[in-house]
Design a protein around this ligand. Sequence first.
Ligand code: WTA
Length: 674
Amino acid sequence: MGAIGTLSPYARPKGEAIVSEETLSNLLHEDRSFPPDPAFAAQANGTADLYEQADADRDGFWAQQARTRLTWSKDFGQVLDWSEAPVAKWFVGGELNAAYNCVDRHVEAGNGDRVALHFVGEPQDDTRSITYAELLADVQKAANALKDLGVQTGDRVAVYLPMIPEAVVALLACARIGAPHSVVFGGFSSDALRSRISDADAKVVITADGGYRRGKPSALKPAVDEAVTGDSPVEHVLVVRRTGQDVAWTDKDIWWHDALEAADPECAPVPVDSEHPLFLLYTSGTTGKPKGILHTTGGYLLQAAYTNSVVHDVHPETDVYWCTADVGWVTGHSYIVYGPLANGATQVLYEGTPDTPHKGRWWEIIEQFKVSIFYTAPTAIRTCMKWGKEIPEKFDLSSIRVLGSVGEPINPEAWIWYHDVIGAGKAPIVDTWWQTETGAIMISALPGVTSLRPGSAQIAVPGISVDVVDDAGNSVPNGSGGYLIVDKPWPAMLRGVWGDLQRFKDTYWARFPGIYFAGDGAKKDEDGNIWVLGRVDDVMNVSGHRLSTTEIESALVSHPKVAEAAVVGATDDTTGQAVCAFVILRGDAVQEADEPGEGGDLVTELRNHVAKEIGPIAKPRQIMVVAELPKTRSGKIMRRLLRDVAENREVGDVTTLADSSVMDLIKSGLSGKD
Ligand code: WTA
């Protein structure tokens, strides 16, 4: 397995390994396999012949999927136009409306009484079920309310909401009138919201007074107030009343309930071109500036619906599906809003955290609603493992028949625990690899078809083509590692970075010309299964959330007391990675930090500063004040060495450092402080 250790990874000083040899050899010893259960296979949506059909005629396969799974107001001609690569056009000339596909057609088919959302608020007993017919009524009114505020097809609408039904309604209302939404996760700060609003040039923001978080109302609107003051493209702010807490009011603000009450109840869906922008979603990259990932309508909606059907195995008539993601992330877009609703599924939408008011809350919800398909992140599974299996064992989880994992590699131990404790040793687990940029699931087993390998995302879903390549872009043989790439265009692929075509080309298509590469290292085992090993660029994955080291470094450096900062993602048993920062202070601040007790205050101040600049999710777990940072002769910070320190390991090879004594200085400085 030397291959992977000796690669000189992209955007990394030579010699920094993608993954430690130790991790690799642990993975190599994982050879358990779980064949499909014939009873499950007999009812599964996925079948082995999907692979053959897609391999025989990829475009024909997608055309057939598009015509059977979606309702088009105008049929498409050409399936894929790749003549302006890397900007693809899928289902050329076709017209459709995403909200019509997610709501109206189910009502027209006689399923208006089916529950679309079982909403479970964080305060206990705050639940309500919303049928497809009710959802349709709300979406139409909300779409008219947006129109009444001057929003037209093509205008951008920012959404900053807690996990409440209005979040789903807001997205579908935008889609209904062809106004691309840009959801900003509620955990981001007002500064982060302001920059995303400004980049997208959003006219309207949809928000709430607040949401419930760990038993208390938590305000949202003050952040919006701050983000839209002064020079801002935002003309109006629609405010959902969720917590009833006092809010400041400006002349931009309108209550959501007043606007909906005043709106006309009927709003015809606007048919848009298959390539009409459906949404923007900002994600961290390797530079300090987040990228507005652009997704369009036809291809995105199709792949979200198709994968939700064949990977999660959703049977809309009988299943109760629950994805625990937040609508502020891509998983919430594709696997709470667009995929399951396009399929007419019944799902749980939960506002709160897994441990409020007690650590069995998730399992209690599963028991109460007889959830049959459950999709969550490895970090949550590891947290529940830590709390102990006695907690889920108190609940009846026998309704569960499929389990899913997303956001980061799931270690085999967590996989087995999930399988045994939550899935009663029989529910198949689908470990789904994808990204904000890919729009929908790319790599996953098909339950009922594929034998499962704990810890491996396994193989591309039918219709998708991925590979692992070496530095020169050549496919590596089974048993070797390299870079995970996608070598053929796919329907839900991003269509660009908002307002920056060049950045789109440089970021994803330049490393291997004509091939999509978005930053993960992977290996193929002897059977050709893909094991995703994590990012090889300066992106961290903390609890399945993507954070950029550079973005956090620039937040730290923007503090007047910080001269220089380096941030690394250190391995963390629960969150996968944790943010660890090393800072060099400016002259006068150094003295302050040296005074007894002051250092701790300064660290708190810096952690809070990062929370203000980016959001609480980016707060470093640890900030270490150092006198120097390890740099190569060309001035690049060697994060590998800092990771060794953060993970309490023996520091690795320092020969490429400009000054090899720096690491001793850092280590002695830190131990002196203990
Ligand atoms: C990581 C989330 C291993 C990966 C849908 C990717 C995974 C990044 C998996 C995208 C998985 C996601 N196994 N790693 N099953 N799923 N990742 O854009 O590093 O928030 O590049 O999309 O998460 O994160 P994003």
